[in-house]
Design a protein around this ligand. Structure first.
Ligand code: SF4
Length: 127
């Protein structure tokens, strides 16, 4: 299925590239700790799941069936663009590969990563 193909090739919303943490509902903290995941708390006591997520293996979530609501609800803009037929799977995978390449390159190219993520993943997807 194209949408799962995209997510399994990506992982940017779980590996610390797009987010520093996932906000959790208080009832989610215990079950995630029981899975061995390092749940932390904000100053106000709100639980969070730090990113890069410890449940991520390569680009795959190993806690998929028990993942928190914040993970279930989140769709990046590239995902939405693919779901709505605004981009093809090939174009979406190319955008994902471009992000990973910028991150891997480091140096000046890595500085371009923030704009690239804004353009393809955070804001409205633009080609
Ligand atoms: S629990 Fe799974 S979906 Fe949620 S951040 Fe961790 S790896 Fe990603």
């Amino acid at each position: 299925m194209p949408l799962s193909t995209l997510c399994l090739r990506c992982g940017l919303c779980c590996d610390g590239t797009l987010f520093t943490h996932v906000p959790l509902q208080r009832t989610e903290a215990g079950p995630l700790k029981a899975l061995g995941l390092p749940v932390r708390e904000r100053e106000d006591g709100t639980p969070i799941l730090p990113q890069r997520c410890a449940a991520l293996d390569g680009r795959t979530c190993t806690a998929y069936a028990q993942r928190p609501e914040g993970c279930r609800r989140y769709h990046c803009n590239l995902f939405s663009a693919l779901a709505e037929g605004e981009v093809s799977l090939e174009e979406a995978l190319s955008a994902v590969d471009g992000a990973h390449a910028l991150r891997a390159a480091g140096g000046e190219r890595e500085e371009a990563l923030g704009d690239y993520l804004d353009r393809h993943f955070r804001g409205r997807h633009r080609r």
